[in-house]
Design a protein around this ligand. Structure first.
Ligand SMILES: [Zn+2]
Length: 340
């Protein structure tokens, strides 16, 4: 993996209690922002990068919180990770969502609507049984956001963090999606919807499938669901990646965990690469096979074992190999990047 050990690398402790929590987060991609100086400021531009971790962090093991950024990874979860209450918070209930926060009620209502849309989108593509409910926390300021997620490190790149207790079955039992108010202030409405749908995908998967899958599959799948409703062409959504491919600085293999680490370079294109790989599986083999592939590409003990499981799943589920698939995916990237 060539990456600092995250929780994924730790031997799995017996899950003692619901205190074991894990986090997933969305990193703000530049195209997701409302670009003040850009010409396309009014366009819905849902492009982001994101990270989810499938492994609970036992509170008895002091270790970095898993995420996509080294600054964030350097910060271990503190204390019991019990969500703190927000003074003055109000709650708005949607059909499939509960949104609690200190932002104004109209904003909470808008988020509830987005979460309802997200649950519907996710349910179209994730067929395992999950509660089909999303809980959103919407703090009005950065301090409250930090209190909620129990972090003191630089979260400026992070649009949202999903965390929650892990039950004895290895499934998340009470995930919450905590929105970063500073990041959300910069997002377009489409970008906000994208983030909420992406995170809701993690909520669905984490509550219905235990164990860790390779990160490119976890993030690529969440993007796959997040982009599904965008109605925008792949080449447009993946432009930052395709620019690299055109310059011959694009990927040469499926993204590794280290590729999601911003200290090792730009991570936006990595998420797009993961997304297009997942998208290719869905188009070639269908949504159902994609889900079977996801389910088969897991291991409760380590990312390395999950990677080995994925190698087998390429053969057993998709009737191909990692090498052959990688070749097809890279060929498609070149094709998408080629001048028309
Ligand atoms: Zn994610």
């Amino acid at each position: 993996m060539g990456h600092v050990p995250l929780t994924d690398h730790q031997p799995r402790m017996p899950r003692r209690t619901s205190r074991a929590r894990r986090a997933a987060l969305v990193v703000v991609g530049s195209l997701l922002l409302t670009l003040v100086t850009a010409c396309d400021r009014d366009e819905p531009t849902p492009t982001t990068s994101a990270y989810a971790n499938q492994t609970p962090a036992g509170p008895e093991v002091p270790q970095p919180a898993p995420n996509a950024s080294p600054t964030i990874a350097a910060s271990p979860p503190t204390g019991e990770q019990t969500p703190t209450t927000m003074s003055g918070a109000i709650t708005v209930k949607g059909r499939f969502s509960t949104v609690t926060g200190t932002v104004d009620k109209a904003t909470l209502t808008a988020y509830a609507k987005m979460a309802d849309t997200a649950v519907a989108e996710v349910s179209k593509r994730w067929k395992r049984t999950w509660p089909r409910k999303v809980t959103i926390i919407a703090p009005a300021d950065a301090t409250t956001f930090r209190d909620q997620v129990g972090r003191a490190d630089d979260l400026s790149q992070v649009a949202a963090i999903t965390d929650g207790p892990i039950g004895a079955s290895g499934l998340a039992t009470g995930d919450r999606v905590v929105l970063n108010p500073d990041a959300f202030a910069k997002l377009t409405p489409a970008g906000r919807q994208f983030v909420i749908t992406h995170e809701s995908t993690h909520v669905a998967v984490r509550s219905s499938l235990s164990g860790a899958a390779p990160l490119w599959l976890v993030e690529g799948f969440a993007d796959h669901v997040g982009y599904a409703g965008s109605g925008r062409p792949r080449a447009e959504l993946a432009a930052p990646l395709l620019a690299k491919v055109a310059e011959r600085t694009g990927p040469t293999r499926l993204p590794t965990q280290g590729d999601f680490d911003p200290s090792q370079g730009e991570i936006g294109p990595t998420y797009l690469a993961a997304w297009l790989a997942v998208d290719l599986i869905a188009r070639r083999h269908g949504e159902e096979a994609l889900q079977r592939f996801y389910a088969a590409s897991r291991d409760p003990n380590s990312p390395a074992l999950a990677d080995a499981a994925m190698d087998k799943a390429f053969v057993a589920v998709l009737g191909t190999t990692r090498a052959a698939f990688t070749k097809q995916w890279l060929a498609e990237l070149s094709q998408l990047a080629a001048p028309k």
